[in-house]
Structures are given as structure tokens and as C-alpha cells.
Design a protein around this ligand. Structure first.
Ligand code: GDP
Ligand code: MG
Ligand code: MG
Length: 257
């Protein structure tokens, strides 16, 4: 059979278990080096599952896909320049809200995203009940619950990765009507610029509204007002709605939903 090489990127907040999941997926088949020009560790490994060979890349921990810190820039540039076939956003079951904030920013950039809710062993101890099917339905993407500590869910994650590299999806969530109109106007403008054709015009528009300096350099265009807080509010509202139906026991945990 054909051995088809595909790349899967692991993304997530610091300390959610990215490297632990990476180790579960790749075992000893990994190489540790630095990202070009910086002393940030780069781990690449491989996973062979059925007739598919996956290159797995462990990206630096980040809370956003902005362009401020080195870690977020490495992660974001990798997603944009290398275009991995699948992006796995690894979330911490105990701090799902933060993880989902990063997930939404990935969904603003591209499709073929899988959410891993890791440390479900800890969540159970804390009395949190996460409804995987509801979470998946609300977000419109595959969700896998794992514990890198016990190995729970790792086989299911491998299966899900293989399925995801074979299919293709891109779901959208919407901002307010006013913001959507601005996004559409900007995106339409960026679509006419040949030099920007390799970028997702909707994503360029969203980042422009957030006064993202890298995107402003790229487009040579600055939006008069910074809409960062409006965009962040919409994301948090969306996350609260998702979590309110898919997580039980959060009162005990002091989540403000
Ligand atoms: P990274 O910073 O996202 O790469 O996270 P690491 O893989 O380095 O993990 C951070 C810490 O969480 C380590 O002490 C891990 O042993 C621990 N950890 C990772 N995954 C799990 C899990 O599923 N359950 C539990 N209980 N601990 C975990
Ligand atoms: Mg870490
Ligand atoms: Mg790590």
C-alpha cells in the first residue's frame, strides 16, 4: 500500500499535556531540536497507523494565535507556512475555557481541527463531567477525551487523526453582525490583492480588526479602530454557551458560567 506522509500539529496552552500526548503518540520515534534562530525546543516524531504515516509536531505552548511572543509566533507561523493536514488543539479538562479560546482562534484560521480534552483523570477527581458528544456537536469538530497519565483515549485519538487526514472540514462561527460586515468588507478587499492570495482572507480581516502588527505589515493596511475586545467578548460568549451545555459539576469547581 501507499505510504502517505501527513503532518499533524499539536497545539495548546502551556502545561496542558502536549508533550505527554506527543510521547504517547510517537513513543521513541522522535527528534528534538530547536526552532530556527531561537532556543525554543522543537519536537518532531512519527506515528504509523494502518497505511498512514503521520509526522507529529509538538508546538510551543501558547494562549493565543497573536504575534507578540516568540512562542505564539512560532506556533502561528508553523500553522500558516507549513499548513499541517490536521491541527490538534490539546485542552486541559480542568481549564477548558482557556483552551477553547485558543481553539476558536485556530478555527478562525483553518479547518481540520481536532479537540483533545486531556487530563480527564484529574477532571473526574474534581467532579467535572464533560459530555464529549455535546461538546463535539456544539463545536462541530471531533473531540477526544484523553489522559496522558493513564493512556486513556490515545487509541481513539490515533483513529481520529487518521480519519481527519482523510476528510476535510472547515466550520465557521460568526461574530456580531456589525463585525461580520467589517470582516466581509476587509476580506473582499484582501482577496483582490494577488500578493495575499495564499492567505485566508477572512483570517486576515479578523487579525486586521485586532490590530495585529504582523498582518498589518503584510497587508500594508491599518483599520482605524482596534476591535480586539469586541472579538474577544464574542469568543468568550460562544465558549460559555458551549460549556454551559457540555460540562456538569462546574459549580463545584468555581467556574463562572
Ligand atoms: P506541555 O507543557 O503542554 O507539553 O505539558 P506536559 O506534557 O509537559 O505536561 C505537564 C504536566 O502535566 C506534567 O507533569 C505531566 O506529567 C502532567 N500531565 C500531562 N497529561 C496529564 C494527564 O492526562 N493527567 C495527569 N494527571 N497529568 C498529566
Ligand atoms: Mg510545558
Ligand atoms: Mg511541552
Amino acid at each position: 500500500a501507499d505510504l502517505k506522509k501527513t503532518t499533524v500539529a499539536l497545539l495548546g496552552n502551556p502545561n496542558v499535556g502536549k508533550t505527554s500526548i506527543f510521547n504517547c503518540l510517537t513513543g521513541s520515534k522522535q527528534i528534538v531540536a530547536n526552532w530556527p534562530g531561537v532556543t525554543v525546543e522543537k519536537r518532531v516524531g512519527s506515528l504509523k497507523h494502518g497505511d498512514i504515516a503521520l509526522d507529529i509536531v509538538d508546538l510551543p505552548g501558547t494562549y493565543t494565535l497573536g504575534s507578540r511572543s516568540i512562542d505564539e509566533k512560532i506556533a502561528r507561523d508553523f500553522l500558516i507556512d507549513e499548513r499541517p493536514n490536521v491541527v490538534v488543539v490539546i485542552g486541559d479538562a480542568i481549564n477548558l475555557e482557556r483552551s477553547l479560546y485558543l481553539l476558536l482562534q485556530v478555527l478562525e484560521l483553518r479547518g481540520d481541527v481536532v479537540l483533545v480534552v486531556n487530563a480527564v483523570d484529574e477532571a473526574r477527581k474534581a467532579g467535572l463531567e464533560i459530555d464529549k458528544n455535546e461538546l463535539g456537536k456544539q463545536l462541530g469538530i471531533p473531540v477526544v477525551m484523553t489522559s496522558a497519565a493513564t493512556g486513556e483515549g490515545i487509541e481513539e485519538l490515533k483513529e481520529t487523526l487518521v480519519k481527519s487526514v482523510r476528510s476535510s472540514s472547515h466550520i465557521h462561527y460568526l461574530f456580531s453582525e456589525e463585525i461580520e460586515q467589517r470582516i466581509e468588507a476587509l476580506a473582499g478587499r484582501f482577496r483582490l490583492v494577488p500578493a495575499l492570495s495564499e492567505f485566508d482572507s477572512r483570517w486576515l480581516a479578523i487579525k486586521s480588526l485586532e490590530h495585529d502588527s504582523e498582518v498589518e505589515k503584510l497587508t500594508g493596511f491599518k483599520v482605524e479602530k482596534d476591535f480586539s475586545s469586541e472579538l474577544a467578548e464574542t469568543r468568550y460568549r460562544y465558549i460559555k454557551r458551549v460549556l454551559s451545555t457540555s460540562v456538569k459539576g462546574k459549580e463545584k469547581h468555581g467556574w463562572d458560567l
